[in-house]
Design a protein. Sequence first.
Length: 319
Amino acid sequence: MAKPVNSISGTVCAAIAGHHKYMTPVQAHNHIFDRAEPFHGNEYTRWGIILEQPVADASLKELRKHYNKDVGLVHITERLQHPDVPWYTGTPDRLITNEDDEVIGVLEIKTAGSRSAPRWGQPDDEDPLIPTEYVCQVEWYRHLIQALHKKDHLDLWIAVLIAGQDYRIFKIESPPEFHANLFKTCEDFWNTYVLTDTLPDIDGSKGTTQALSEYFPSAENDNMISSNKEVEALAAERKELKDKAKELDARVKAIDNKLRHAIGANHGIQGSNFTAKWSDSSRTTVDSKALKAAHPALVKQFENKTTFRTLRVHYKKEA
């Protein structure tokens, strides 16, 4: 049985609790065992790193106004471990300190694109909207730092820069049971799934599909294993759902054609609770077959071979 490589961090705890937008519990399991494809960053993360310090500088000014004191920020660059729970770790962005260098709070820094703006409220809202995965993350850090510094309470802040120009800072006030429930969920996950190297419940998300491909990257043999009652039931349910989906898809396509007929030569139609437009569109495509025939060497330069597993389910035809 494989041994865990990583621990449960602030990011992973949100996924385990089912609150992460981009990571499922199965992906969290793969991360803990270092089975996931390595993430080398993208433009979003690159700019997040570049903008982190300017956001920290702006936050320091706001925090000094709030506390009316000369508070400071300490940049954390190494992973911290809970003194009593070895699998509980985290790397908060900044610790807030007072004039005596005593830790009084935790600051987490985020950057977000314009598409993510609706996920954020305003700091002066009565109950400001904040992405739940970030609340999980910072609550995880707060209790980690409290344990390390033997504090009963630390203030918690999240600063975000949206679309490179909209700065907001929030003071987080979560009920005590929030972290208690989060910790219990992660503790159960560690004991049930990590220590036994057992995958958690499988859902239908793309993230879980990817995680399963990472967990079982290739077939190790040509064996066709025998089914059991549980798998038989799953296969039967799948067939029933696929048949219903085909029927529903045909009905949707028929309705779409009736809407096209209703619109006719007009641009669209406005209903009481819907808008339907039959718009003019254009698309430019590349004839890959002709390109390959005309310039095979050029195509060869840009070929990229990938290997993956494909699931195909065939059913016996009914007599």
